[in-house]
Design a protein. Structure first.
Length: 114
């Protein structure tokens, strides 16, 4: 049974930080490029960041470049998203995705508000 379980979301003030985690099971995590997406209220789902199988290459949406960092630990079947300098416009449900077969997690809510 394929599972992607995100955690780490919550309420944070502007300028704050959060670290999201996504634990995978039921498929070969180390064979999948992994990504984070987000969906803000009333908007479509958008790409945030991606990391290659070995972690040797990453790519980011322009809106988060320099503030967010994606990483992975293949021994723990986990992908992370370190989010610093959070802005109100980062408020969204954040999803992780295993790209090879388009497996999605259930999402974790991030709210940035003063």
């Amino acid at each position: 049974q394929v599972q992607l379980v995100e955690s780490g979301g919550g309420l944070v003030q502007p300028g704050g930080s959060l670290r999201l985690s996504c634990v995978a099971s039921g498929f070969t995590f180390s064979s999948n490029q992994m990504s984070w997406y987000r969906q803000a209220p009333g908007k479509g789902r958008e790409f945030v960041a991606t990391i290659t199988i070995t972690g040797g290459s990453t790519n980011y949406a322009d809106s988060v470049k320099g503030r967010f960092t994606i990483s992975r630990d293949n021994a723990k079947n986990t992908v992370y998203l370190q989010m610093n300098g959070l802005k109100v416009e980062d408020t969204a449900v954040y999803y992780c995705k295993a790209e090879l077969r388009s497996y999605w997690g259930q999402g974790t809510q991030v709210i940035v508000s003063s």
